[in-house]
Ligand binder design. Sequence first.
Ligand SMILES: [Zn+2]
Length: 339
Amino acid sequence: MTPLKHTASAGGGKDIPSDIVRISLPTPFPVGPVNAFLIKTDPPILVDTGPRTDEAYEKLVARLNDAGVRVADLGQILVTHGHLDHIGLLRRLVGESGAQTYAHPFVVDQFADFERSARASEAFFERVMRRLGVPEELLRAALSERSRAHTFAEEVAIDHAIEEGDTVAGLEVLYVPGHSTTDLLFVDRTRRAVFLGDHLLKTITPNPLIRRPAKGTMRPQSLVEYEASLRRTRELDVDVCYPGHGGPFNGQRQVVERLLARLERRTEEVHALLDEHAVSPYELAMRMFPKTNVKILHFALSAAVGHLEVLEQRGMALSEEREGALYYRASKRTGGEGF
Ligand SMILES: [Zn+2]
């Protein structure tokens, strides 16, 4: 099965506007460095912050200074989504700058009481992992890994909840759920550019992650939703893309096309792994990614569940509940036999 990482080259060679500075920051996560972007307007704008570590903070300050900007100068900070590598330093930066802050409403809620929401999300993952068939010992290790990760962000009062159709600092806001429930794109019509967060990356297949649903809603079908969001992004009329990880790129249409094709191939591969014997999503994740360890368990499970849900939606897989656990098998072919 194709690994999580892949390489792809986007065509084109449009110039990167010089008033946008990419700042690559170290993270303690398997994904590697994360990007923050400085937009050198007056006052300057920052898109994403990096994780809450001293290394990331020091590098961010140094790179801002190189660009002639102090943290205290920042006027607005925009957050693409609520993951810790993108929002971790927000509180510290706001404390030093008094910048106005903007994020999706779920992120505003999540970080208004980060401790409570971190505990709720741990309880959710414990339930979900059990339901997906994760063995008890691995489940324990995964939960302690998660609670460690929560130290890389902290509570922060975000000033503005923003949604599809809003405009912030001249940037249009688009809501593209899938990778998370909180993914926003910031479209800069003047520079013909878009800040993508982790919605679309050139060198990594973004994982539509299993995540806690917003209050009163069902758990979203991440991959089903993600593919719909990608089709919208494909139609954007922009030249330059600024992703949350890796360098800026051009030609998002082709990047989206390749990604959709790759996801489709993986859906077919998952279908080929199913037969009439019911398997748990965990067993299937192990077949897809035999080298899965505790650090990437969430990604592997998310991939398995995501493709199973796509197959189920197409009538190619069936799910069943047994004692609170979920199993999938291939659905018997119907029609085509002359009956
Ligand atoms: Zn990220």
